[in-house]
Design a protein around this ligand. Structure first.
Ligand SMILES: [Zn+2]
Length: 498
């Protein structure tokens, strides 16, 4: 049987730039230089953002399974217009604000069992690299200054629009709210052409204490340039894979290509991987609809969190994912079923038992065949552009074989060993067997289909204190349980089923 490592040629990924699946062809042997766009750290990230981070995680785990050494870097956007507005609103300093939400982001990643990247560089720690890249673009005539701001001259860069295929519909920014990935740059009034975009923003009084005195003047970096500068610093001029949500294709990733290729004269990225949106109850998430879900708001228990991970990692990453209480309940049952099968394996392994003999040998051989077939199905799915539903069919073929033997009382230690090995291999990619740190272990959690819904008492307190983040989180927690709440005259709250 073939080993688990090697041949990228068998592994196909959908490359947005090529608009087709392509075999993975690493630039340097087994190393994969992998860059992903991280969150803007000024608020809680929402579950749509976490779908992106889980997609990168599964991709990384699958590449590792296949024997590649993945060098993953994910930026933190810690300077943009929303951050400056939030600083003014909350009366906090930039680092205080961004440190707080960066810490929460890392807590959530740990809760979701995400393998950490090698580095999470911040834009504000890389202003020197950003300035250097902007200077190069100015020298090459690919950028110009106007009223202290510096813009990329799109007309001078051939190939602009190739990544996005200049099909803009459906690619407008979708992550502008909450702690999502940053949205469009604002106040660009001094441009030669509407398509030009800011590399450096001249200081304005509204920026308050947020500015850098640099060779480019007093101001701050635009959003797009940070990813070009940091990808280059940490991973080199040309990278193997760049990932992000589908909403980032245009303009963010298109602009990254223009800046990086303009500055280096080399191809920027060989394969662009983009994941689809998450809708809540069939609708796009939005604060005004009250369906804007943070991880803590949507997922109360350890099982909820594992179920969310399971739901995302077993879905096809490019499709839209609809998050509803029913979908989460389905994922919870699946995780419980996996836990039960795993417990049966542990029990059989602890029992030791089985003296051997012909019957036991035959049973172990049968287990070997069943496990190999299930694993082949799993691998075939994952190799085909991370076709997780197909891979999950392999997982459940394995689970069924375990359940059948456990039910018949014929699960030997030898067979359990074979099944465990296969299950561990699959879980090295899916990552669903773990205890989420910071969440209470599951203890029955009665009434999940329950009739009544409790309004967290801290919502009223949060609203009174104008702590909108906490008030939104409390509302989202209720939405995730299938209810909508509406404030009514007189200070009361009306609760309806979604
Ligand atoms: Zn980016």
């Amino acid at each position: 049987m073939a080993g688990d490592s090697g041949e990228g040629a068998k592994l196909q990924l959908y490359n947005t730039a090529a608009r087709t699946k392509e075999p993975l062809r690493p630039l340097s042997g087994k190393r994969i230089a992998f860059y992903s766009c991280g969150p803007t750290v000024y608020d809680h990230a929402h579950i749509g953002n976490f779908r992106a981070f889980l997609t990168y995680d599964v991709l990384k785990r699958w590449l590792t399974y296949r024997g590649f050494e993945v060098d993953h870097v994910c930026n933190l956007t810690d300077i943009d217009d929303k951050i400056i507005r939030r600083m003014a609103r909350d009366g906090v300093g930039l680092r205080e604000l961004t440190d707080r939400y960066a810490a929460l982001f890392f807590e959530d990643l740990a809760a979701l069992n995400v393998v950490p990247a090698r580095a999470y560089p911040r834009a504000t720690d890389h202003v020197a690299e950003i300035v250097e890249m902007v200077q190069t673009l100015l020298e090459k005539g690919l950028a110009y200054e106007n009223n202290g701001s510096i813009y990329f001259r799109v007309a001078r860069h051939s190939g602009y629009g190739a990544l996005a295929n200049l099909k803009f519909e459906g690619m407008q920014d979708g992550a502008g709210e909450g702690g999502g990935i940053s949205d469009l740059d604002e106040y660009e009034t001094d441009k030669e052409s509407a398509k030009d975009f800011a590399l450096w923003k001249a200081y304005k009084p509204e920026d308050g204490p947020v500015f850098w005195e640099t060779a480019l003047g007093k101001g701050r970096p635009g959003w797009h340039i940070e990813c070009s500068a940091m990808a280059r610093k940490y991973l080199g001029d040309t990278i193997d894979i760049h990932a992000g949500g589908i909403d980032l294709v245009f303009p963010h990733h298109e602009n990254e290509v223009a800046q990086s290729e303009g500055a280096t004269g080399k191809p920027f990225c060989n394969c662009w991987v983009h994941n689809g949106f998450v809708n809540v109850g069939g609708e796009k998430m939005s604060k005004s609809k009250g369906n804007f879900l943070t991880l803590r708001g949507a997922l109360a228990t350890a099982l909820d969190v594992r179920a969310f991970r399971y739901l995302v990692v077993t879905s096809q990453y490019r499709t839209m994912l609809n998050f509803t209480p029913d979908v989460l309940a389905g994922a919870k049952s699946a995780v419980k079923r996996l836990d039960k099968a795993r417990a049966a394996l542990s029990k059989a392994l602890e029992g030791g038992g089985g003296e051997g003999g012909d019957a036991a040998a035959a049973a172990a051989a049968a287990a070997q065949r069943a496990a190999a077939a299930a694993l082949a199905q799993f691998k075939g799915g994952m190799d085909d552009d991370l076709n997780a539903p197909r891979a999950a069919a392999g997982l459940f073929a394995l689970i069924k074989a375990i359940e059948k033997e456990a039910k018949a009382g014929s699960l030997s230690a030898a067979a359990a060993h074979v099944y465990s090995e296969a299950l561990d291999k699959m879980d090295s990619v899916l990552g669903v067997f773990y205890e989420p740190p910071g969440y209470e272990p599951e203890g029955g959690q009665g009434g999940e289909e329950g009739g009544a819904v409790e309004i967290p008492p801290d919502r009223a307190a949060a609203k009174a204190a104008k702590d909108w983040s906490s008030a939104d989180a409390a509302r989202a927690a209720i939405t995730a349980r299938g209810f909508a709440i509406k404030d009514v005259a007189g200070g009361g709250v009306e609760v309806t089923r979604l």
